[in-house]
Design a binder for this molecule. Sequence first.
Ligand code: PMV
Length: 384
Amino acid sequence: MHKITILNGNEFIYKSNNSKILEDGSFTWKAPSNIALVKYWGKREYQLPENPSISFTLSNCFTETTLEFKKSQKPAEVSELYGDNDFKQTLTRKESVFEIFLDGKRKLEFEEKVGLFIKRISQLVSFIYDYDLVINTHNSFPHSSGIASSASGMAALALCIMSMEKALNPSIPEELFYKKASFLARLGSGSAARSIKGELVVWGEHREIIASSDLYGVEFPHKVHDNFKNYQDTILLVDEGEKQVSSTVGHNLMYGHPFAKKRFEQANENLSKISTALKNGDLKSFINIVESEALTLHAMMMTSNPYFILMKPNTLEIMNKIWQFRNETNANICFTLDAGANVHVLYPEKEKETINNFIISELIKYCENKNYINDRIGFGAKQI
Ligand code: PMV
């Protein structure tokens, strides 16, 4: 079988044309978080998904990152073993020098993660080692809210790096700029591949989605029915703590999982079905697929070995209340879940008033400190 390596997709390797000199400067990007409707759970090297997924890009939950760069005076040279198991080689390369600040405070734990990310992408953006970097980042949502900032954070950083590439090579076509940004973001955090563009993004090859790829996210290529215009997402913060099991561990538990094969087939089928629902405006099918996907994701966690549960009692209370309200009123309200206890409540803009009243009177009491975030579908990352 053909082995995909990080270098798959040669179009993404930076080629210097030596036409531009870039001494110092800074770029700022604001990248959104996203919420998957059909979930990605299970990956292979390097950050390639076992099944395609589709997400709504969010609007109010975002990361804003400024990347300052200055030509390095004395870049250090280091040797190391590089590549995956079938592709090991020793490279001599420079080490990047960088610092990260979150809301003005140095974040050493982020530096380890980003250091690894920069190493991973270094073959694709070789210019990066010629600079000293300072990364200043800010999340619009509280750091401890239990909302993952890795998708928006990695997407914002990837876009800043792409702006450096564009400054060095202004002829890079816009389409390639965004594709490569998504490709790089994916290598930081899989779902970050879906945080570059909006409103709906597919990541992972699917037979019915033209140009879809395991390597990067693409915008959903069809016209979406007006029922989904400005779709609302109220995020109920049931548990504001750190995740007990990281998504990396969870993805890895899909290796040898007894239901993995069927699950990956099901995600492909659900993507076909949701694609039809999005085009036709079929809210009932949409609700059915989205809730089933959320519960299947958590079912995979409960049936892996070791097994684990990320939902909390209040997650279940909220789900039951939503079902009861939907049965009584026929409102087009549904929930989805990430890899955590928080609940995303999704509904059409047209039904905003009644559903907001219901959320405030019946659901907020299940949130930690009654905290929640009102969000809606967004339009992708922006340069500031
Ligand atoms: O991007 P990661 O590795 O944090 O994985 C995200 C997985 C889910 O959020 C649970 C599902 C998804 O498709 O976003």
